[in-house]
Design a protein around this ligand. Structure first.
Ligand code: BTN
Length: 266
């Protein structure tokens, strides 16, 4: 997306600051710097290309020029979010991406908990929620979102830990990235002050991938749990029904979910 298209896409939004980069290391790093500088309010950094884009668990995230959406929001001050709502911020990004894909393209995206967006069982978007601290004090929350739009935005097969896709392959047509960005930002802004409402977790849960299906959870390096996805707790944690019928809650962290139901991948 060109800078003029970006400026048009964000026109009229309640942003304290917005910046466009034709190329930058990582938009999450840009807004982390803003947090350290004390910027307040809702701030947005957008990049046409990222040279050191980061994913969860230290993985790299590809953003080649002209082929993807990559942006980060600074939500500051963090005090606006009660501590028990912090886990929910991570679902906020995924929900906003889903809403935009539903509204603009009548797609039925799913959220692989906590925040990967899937189309046809493959990952099309990832969310990296981070926090910025000044000593013991939580300063700001950072919500980074990446979306594979054109085919060259999907990572090479050898780097995948989950099958990937891109929006243009699913739709079979070109995508207007500026419209998509605007729609996601509209949803984010509409939902960000409503995280404590039950409707927010309900909306997230409605789109939960593998709900009611048997899955294997890889927790950390070694531990593995098998069970059925039951749903989400009020604070957005994952509930799994174990073979013993006990429902156990799993907290965010590096949990990997794999479906145990055979489904052909297109
Ligand atoms: C993941 O699925 O592992 C999370 C991917 C998050 C990628 C986005 S792109 C914009 C922002 N800047 C980054 O370096 N990462 C996030």
């Amino acid at each position: 997306m060109l800078e003029a298209e970006f400026r048009e896409a964000v026109r009229g939004l309640p942003l304290a600051k917005s910046a466009y980069f034709s190329s930058v290391a990582s938009t999450n790093d840009v807004v982390a710097t803003w947090a350290r500088e004390g910027l307040q309010g809702l701030c947005l950094a957008y990049a046409d290309e990222q040279t050191s884009g980061r994913g969860r668990a230290g993985r790299r995230w590809l953003t080649p020029s002209g082929s993807a959406l990559a942006f980060s929001l600074l939500l500051a001050p963090a005090q606006l979010f009660e501590p028990n709502l912090l886990g929910l911020v991570s679902g906020l990004g995924a929900l906003a991406v889903c809403k935009a894909l539903e509204t603009l393209y009548q797609l039925s995206p799913k959220i692989k908990w906590p925040n990967d967006v899937l189309l046809e069982g493959r990952k099309v978007s990832g969310v990296l929620a981070e926090s910025s601290w000044a000593g013991e004090q939580l300063q700001a929350l950072i919500l980074g979102i990446g979306i594979n739009v054109a085919p060259n935005s999907a990572p090479p097969a050898k780097e995948l830990n989950f099958p990937a896709t891109c929006l243009e392959n699913v739709l079979g047509k070109k995508v207007n990235s500026a419209l998509l960005l605007r729609s996601i930002l509209d949803s984010l802004i509409a939902w960000k002050d409503r995280l404590s409402e039950p409707t927010f977790v309900q909306a997230w849960e409605q789109r939960l991938a593998f709900k009611g299906e048997r899955v294997r959870l890889g927790i950390g390096e070694k531990s593995i749990v098998e069970g059925e996805i039951h749903g989400l707790s009020a604070d957005g944690q994952l509930q799994i029904r174990l073979p013993s019928a006990e429902v156990q809650t799993f907290h965010m962290g590096e949990i990997q979910i794999r479906s145990l139901v055979d489904r052909p991948l297109k």
